[in-house]
Design a protein around this ligand. Structure first.
Ligand code: SF4
Length: 245
C-alpha cells in the first residue's frame, strides 16, 4: 500500500502493475512515468518497468490495515487489462469481499472487459467501479459501466480533453472532473466543466472537482464557483470508514 496525493482517495493498492495505452487520455500516463522512475531507482516491484506484472504478495496487504481505508485499486495499472487472467481478477475481488471495512475504488478504461466479466464477480457494497472518460468518443465506456452489477458506479473525466455534451448520468453515482497537468498539458475549457457540473446537479449525482491542471496545477488550483467540490457517494462502506476518521 502507499499513501497518495490523489485528492479523492486515501491509499493506493496495486495487485498488478504495468499497462499499455488505449486512448487519448493515456498519452501522458502518470503510471508509466512513475513505473519507469521506480524501475530506475531499483525497486523490486517495478523491475519490469511498465510491463504488465501480477503481484501475488500484494493480495495479502489489505488484511494488514488496522483501520478502515478508502483505497484506489491499481493506480499503476488497469485491473481489466487483457493480459490479466480472469482468475487473478477473481482473487483481487475475493480480497475486497473479505475486507468490507475498506472502500475499494477501481478505475478502468477497458469497460468492454469489465462488462464481459461483471456477472461472474461478487460486487459487495464496498467496491466502487469507475470508468475514465476523456472525450465523447469514449462514452461507450459509461454505457457499459451502467449495465454492470457494481453497486456504486463512478466516472473519472480526467484528463478532460473535450466537451461531454452527450453524457448520460443515469445510474451513475459520482463524477470526478480534472484537467491535465504536467509539462505539456492539453487545455481544458471552463464550459466543459460547467456543463458536467450542471448535469450532475440536475441528476443529483455527487461531483468532485479535482483540478484545473496546466503546467502549474498548484497555481490554477481546484476552485469552481468560488469553492471546492469534494463530494463523494454515501454508501454503507464509506459510513464505516468515516466513523473512525
Ligand atoms: S489505461 Fe490507465 S494505466 Fe493504462 S496506459 Fe492508459 S492511463 Fe496508463
Amino acid at each position: 500500500m502507499a499513501q497518495t496525493k490523489i485528492e479523492w482517495t486515501e491509499l493506493t493498492w496495486n495487485p498488478t502493475t504495468g499497462c499499455n495505452k488505449v486512448s487519448q487520455g493515456c498519452k501522458f500516463c502518470y503510471a508509466e512515468v512513475m513505473a519507469r522512475r521506480l524501475q530506475a531507482m531499483g525497486l523490486e516491484k517495478y523491475k519490469n518497468g511498465f510491463e504488465l506484472t501480477l503481484h501475488e504478495d500484494a493480495l495479502k496487504i489489505p488484511y494488514t490495515w488496522k483501520s478502515p481505508k478508502i483505497v484506489f485499486v491499481n493506480s499503476m495499472s488497469d485491473l481489466f487489462h487483457e493480459k490479466i487472467p480472469f482468475e487473478f481478477i477473481q482473487r483481487v475481488f475475493a480480497v475486497m469481499n473479505d475486507n468490507p471495512q475498506h472502500v475499494f475504488q477501481i478505475l478502468t478504461k477497458r469497460a468492454d472487459i469489465l462488462y464481459e466479466y461483471h456477472k461472474k464477480l461478487n460486487w459487495t457494497h464496498n467496491i466502487w467501479m469507475g470508468v475514465s472518460i476523456e472525450n465523447e468518443k469514449e462514452l461507450w465506456r459509461v454505457d457499459l459501466l451502467r449495465k454492470t452489477n457494481a453497486k456504486t458506479k463512478f466516472l473519472s473525466c480526467e484528463p478532460l480533453l473535450g466537451p461531454l455534451t452527450k453524457l448520460n448520468l443515469e445510474n451513475i453515482d459520482w463524477v470526478i472532473v480534472g484537467g491535465e497537468s504536467g509539462r505539456k498539458p492539453r487545455p481544458i475549457k471552463e464550459e466543459w466543466v460547467y456543463e458536467i457540473f450542471n448535469k450532475c446537479e440536475k441528476a443529483n449525482v455527487k461531483f468532485f472537482f479535482k483540478q484545473w491542471g496546466g503546467t502549474n496545477k498548484k497555481k490554477t488550483g481546484r476552485i469552481l464557483n468560488g469553492r471546492t467540490y469534494d463530494e463523494m457517494p454515501v454508501t454503507p462502506a464509506l459510513a464505516e470508514v468515516e466513523m473512525v476518521f
